[in-house]
Design a protein around this ligand. Sequence first.
Ligand SMILES: C[S@@+](CC[C@H](N)C(=O)[O-])C[C@H]1O[C@@H](n2cnc3c(N)ncnc32)[C@H](O)[C@@H]1O
Length: 282
Amino acid sequence: MGDAATLPSMIAALTADPGWREPMAFLYRAEAIDQLDLHLVGASGASLRAQAEGLIEAMEAIDRELFDFLRGRIRRGEARQALSPWIASEVMPGQHYDALDALLAGVLAIDEPDVADPAPPPEMVFYQPSPARHIVDGIRRASISASDAVLDLGSGLGHVPMLVHMLTGARARGVEREPAYVDSAARAAFGLGLGRGEVAFTAMDARDADMTGVDVFYLFTPFLGTVLRDVLAKIETEASRRPLRVVALGPCARSFARMPWLHSRDPDPAATDRIVVFRSSP
Ligand SMILES: C[S@@+](CC[C@H](N)C(=O)[O-])C[C@H]1O[C@@H](n2cnc3c(N)ncnc32)[C@H](O)[C@@H]1O
């Protein structure tokens, strides 16, 4: 299908259909913007391009109003109800991002800092956010609730603690080695009205984190090798004191799967393309 044939028919269909103007129709708009962007590549004809770009601008303006509306609800303590229309029950494996990530980018409004030296030290992994559907999946599978204290080890820009707290009411902390990420995460949490008793971020090496009282550890493979070994030893010490859960995403799940003091009901505890939940052995 050529661009010249497709773009006019898309524009005609969207012009005739008022559905995308509905504020809650975020997924419809996200899909339409993707398609328009795709068909704009290499499209010729100034008037056609202007119409397509005008539609995209109109859709993005409605998205911005939706983000403001949802941020207002989050500030009023209604985060779970506000976000529930976009939380799917089925979770696709894999590292790709989807419309939930796009929605949260607008709602959380985290400014991504320029990090002077983006190359991490040996054994430490560079920043990459967990796809939001996996965070939601981890919350469900680990049964995280308001009575839990959650610690994200290597919290990056803070999506995990913010989303975990907003969806469950759990106290959620993050520790992160890059201070600029911590500043951005803390600013975003403050902007959403999340107090430090609810969501907090600290710039530090995960090996030095205070793990006292933590019920749930979240790790999206932040480090490997001896760093992971040292952190695992600290988590094991905590596990000797109380039952705890580890929510793992990515290759670090393989290391947890080898620990005799952890068990998982997952049919494949070494899976790396989705969340695996481990529980300390009684
Ligand atoms: C793959 S990202 C995960 C970010 C976040 N947890 C999420 O799931 O969206 C890993 C993060 O761990 C951080 N990190 C790596 N080594 C660390 C260490 N030793 N202590 C604290 N943070 C570390 C990196 O800077 C990076 O932001």
